[in-house]
Design a protein around this ligand. Structure first.
Ligand SMILES: *[C@@H]1O[C@H](CO)[C@@H](O)[C@H](O)[C@H]1NC(C)=O
Ligand SMILES: *[C@@H]1O[C@H](CO)[C@@H](O)[C@H](O)[C@H]1NC(C)=O
Ligand SMILES: *[C@@H]1O[C@H](CO)[C@@H](O)[C@H](O)[C@H]1NC(C)=O
Ligand SMILES: *[C@@H]1O[C@H](CO)[C@@H](O)[C@H](O)[C@H]1NC(C)=O
Ligand SMILES: *[C@@H]1O[C@H](CO)[C@@H](O)[C@H](O)[C@H]1NC(C)=O
Ligand SMILES: *[C@@H]1O[C@H](CO)[C@@H](O)[C@H](O)[C@H]1NC(C)=O
Ligand SMILES: *[C@@H]1O[C@H](CO)[C@@H](O)[C@H](O)[C@H]1NC(C)=O
Ligand SMILES: *[C@@H]1O[C@H](CO)[C@@H](O)[C@H](O)[C@H]1NC(C)=O
Length: 629
């Protein structure tokens, strides 16, 4: 539980010039509860009163959870009018919302001093809450600890005391009104949200969301449990809402800002402590039981005694599930071919959820310990593990669309293999690597980025998988060893790794450059031509040095794509991949730069829905592809 209180973050995709931002984004500053800031409007409190009108009607999005899953309880919590609430959500007064369903809460937002706020009140139900948990948990981030504290400075936190809770809201500025914005809806960022998805869902543009929140070009970071404003030109419609996923990511890898909380309420720790203790005891029992079972089995048949390595058990105690081998066997129908998805990967339903089960004979501890520490939408999530007779089974989330490599080869997927999806996939992989390189402590290098290790989920969002070679970037491999060149995947290995065994984040950048080339060309990283094996990266670099570079590169672009976008965009992607493939590791782009370039490209791609411009057809009437044999 304690872990959950650390600051998480997700990288999100936005870029906006800062200069005419309408409000400024709070970032994780809302986590700081006991710093005084008397100097002026602070985004850590509420939105600044800068609108055209001092008050307006607007909407907040609240995610239903028991007991706040009915019109009466939600309107009681937020002081919203029950009839309006029912009307805007198109439901009857007695409907119960499913858990995590988005609910529009209509509120009156008005200036009070220098801030906008929607007033509500909250009766302390017990002694174990503090301002932070009321703001972040009860109100899901729609309020902040500082603003509740400010509003209630005279009263103390006691059972039954009535707190005034200001909810975060804002009214459109004059510029926004001129632009057609009628409402600024307050939305609390959730895991996996992107500005792109949100602006699509609520029929607005990424620019206006960026502008409304002062979210910046390159520092495109927004954090779960913070609010952003979504400009709307009409009332939101219930058809735009979704049910969020139930399972919050379980562990926090990073603390960008430590949560600084008032120290006085130690009873908070008691309430957290009791369940923690119970969980600990339970895990201890499971652990002892497991130990007993394995040793009994070993005693019985004199076989070598196997156990999950200690590190793994520690991880499993913390957040992963220890599966029973019988369940794994049942789930995969005794590892039947029918359930086989890859060399040693099976699908299986465990506790009602479809999952992927990987069989491994060695080295699971590193992967488990790494995956247990990191948590990012673009990195595969490990659910648990199991050991049986010296074989390990790792259980992961299931990725419906399989590996990127297979997907690119799959003719029946052609209609989805558009630029839109390819750029999103590149961006997903880049975000995952950016996170791994910069936001884990210690920083990690994946070491085996390739299109086989990029998996696609149902919505074609990409996640990086297979961390069995991953290692911390801190350790320096200065001496040559004879095994490194056999590790990693052919076609993706950076020159300094092949030659000196150097392991740095730049080797992932190189491999990413190759994956990007695969996305652009639809070719394999290693392909056969005239009976010879050709590395895609080398082929491209050779062409670049040649005379007819541009024409030859045009011919390399996946023929499936040509109808959909102008060459200009394709060239920018090619250029980006070439900048990742620089011979010298220092000359390569960083993943942060890659993410930022890709975001620009994605935005430009969205702007131009029109297919191929005419001039290009005219200019390229002749078939220049005869250059490429
Ligand atoms: C805020 O609340 C959410 C959901 O209740 C929780 O997962 C998260 O850890 C909390 N944030 C902090 C910083 O405690
Ligand atoms: C509003 O728009 C004008 C002209 O586009 C610009 O000069 C001004 O800075 C904008 N104001 C705000 C608060 O964004
Ligand atoms: C919520 O309900 C309680 C008791 O049921 C009541 O005292 C309180 O005034 C209500 N709050 C709001 C904002 O309606
Ligand atoms: C909000 O304001 C409107 C108009 O001023 C009023 O009719 C409505 O009752 C108010 N709603 C609440 C919940 O105070
Ligand atoms: C509202 O609900 C009714 C039935 O419950 C449905 O027919 C109608 O399409 C819904 N309206 C919107 C805007 O979703
Ligand atoms: C909201 O509460 C603040 C502080 O208690 C008060 O100054 C303000 O007038 C209230 N706003 C409305 C609309 O009641
Ligand atoms: C809103 O107005 C600004 C200028 O103030 C403009 O740059 C921007 O593109 C407009 N946004 C929309 C969504 O129309
Ligand atoms: C989206 O917004 C535009 C104007 O900004 C409007 O013309 C269009 O009808 C809206 N689409 C939907 C599905 O609401």
């Amino acid at each position: 539980m304690d872990r959950f209180r650390l600051g998480f973050f997700v990288l999100l995709c936005v870029f906006m010039p800062k200069f005419h931002a309408q409000q400024s984004y709070s970032g994780n500053s809302i986590l700081k509860c006991d710093e005084d800031d008397e100097t002026g409007p602070s985004s850590a409190l509420l939105y600044t009163c800068n609108g055209e009108k001092p008050s307006c009607q607007t909407f907040l999005i609240f995610k239903a959870y028991p007991p706040y899953d009915s019109i009466s309880t939600i309107s009681n919590l937020t002081s919203a009018d029950p009839l309006e609430l029912a009307h805007i959500n198109n439901i009857s007064l007695s409907t119960i919302f499913p858990a995590n369903k988005e609910v529009f809460v209509p509120v009156n937002c008005s200036c009070s001093g220098q801030y906008y706020q929607a007033n509500t009140s909250y009766i302390m139900p017990n002694m174990h809450l503090d301002y932070f948990s009321i703001a972040n948990e009860t109100y899901q981030g729609l309020s902040t600890c500082k603003s509740i504290e400010k509003e209630n400075s005279d009263s103390s936190l006691q059972l039954g005391s009535v707190l005034q809770v200001p909810l975060r809201c804002a009214c459109p500025t004059r510029n926004q009104t001129l632009n057609g914005t009628k409402y600024l809806m307050t939305y609390v960022v959730d895991w996996g949200d992107t500005i792109y998805d949100l602006s699509n869902r609520f029929n607005t543009s990424m620019e206006s969301v960026g502008d409304a929140n002062g979210i910046d070009l390159d520092e495109a970071i927004i954090f779960p449990f913070t609010t952003i404003l979504i400009p709307l030109s009409t009332q939101p419609s219930i058809s735009q809402t979704i049910i969020h996923s139930q399972r919050p990511p379980s562990s926090s890898p990073v603390t960008p800002i430590d949560v600084i909380r008032p120290k006085k309420r130690f009873n908070v720790w008691i309430t957290i402590g009791v369940p923690l203790l119970a969980i600990f005891l339970l895990l201890l029992l499971v652990f002892l039981y497991h130990k007993k079972k394995t040793s009994e089995a070993a005693a019985k048949d004199e076989r070598k005694k196997w156990e999950l390595p200690n590190d793994v058990l520690v991880s499993i105690d913390q957040s992963l599930k220890l599966y029973d081998f019988n369940d794994i066997e049942a789930a995969t129908e005794n590892f039947s071919n029918k359930n086989k998805m890859g060399a040693s990967v099976y699908r299986g339903v465990l506790e009602g959820e479809l999952l992927a089960i990987k069989q491994m004979s060695k080295a699971v501890d590193k992967e488990v310990c790494l995956l247990q520490r990191i948590n990012h939408f673009n990195l595969i999530s490990l659910r648990g593990a199991c050991e049986h007779s010296g074989v390990f089974y790792l259980v992961y989330e299931f990725m419906e669309n399989g590996s990127l490599r297979k997907w690119l080869r799959n003719k029946s997927c052609q209609k989805f293999q558009t630029w839109h999806y390819r750029i999103q996939i590149a961006l997903d992989v880049a975000n995952g690597l950016h996170y791994l390189h910069n936001f884990t402590t210690p920083a990690y290098v994946h070491k085996d980025i390739c299109s086989d290790n990029v998996l696609l989920d149902r919505d074609l969002r990409a996640k990086i998988a297979n961390f069995s070679l991953a290692r911390s970037a801190e350790r320096e491999d200065s001496r040559k060893s004879s095994i490194w060149s056999s590790l990693g995947t052919k076609g993706y290995k950076a020159p300094e790794y092949v030659e000196y065994g150097l392991v740095t984040p730049e080797m992932d950048v190189y491999a990413f450059g190759v994956v990007l080339l695969e996305l652009i060309t639809g070719k394999e990283a290693v392909f056969m031509q005239d009976g010879k094996e050709i590395l895609l990266s080398e082929a491209i670099l050779t062409i670049m040095k040649g005379e007819n570079a541009e024409a030859e590169l045009d011919c390399l672009i996946d023929p499936n794509l040509k109808g959909y976008l102008w060459m200009e965009l394709a060239h920018r992607l090619l250029k980006l991949s070439i900048d990742c493939l620089a011979e010298e590791p220092e000359s390569r782009l960083s993943m942060a730069e890659v993410v930022s370039y890709l975001l620009r490209i994605q935005l430009d791609a969205q702007r131009s829905e029109e297919p191929f411009p005419l001039e290009w057809h005219q200019k390229h009437k002749v078939n220049k592809c005869e250059y490429v044999r």
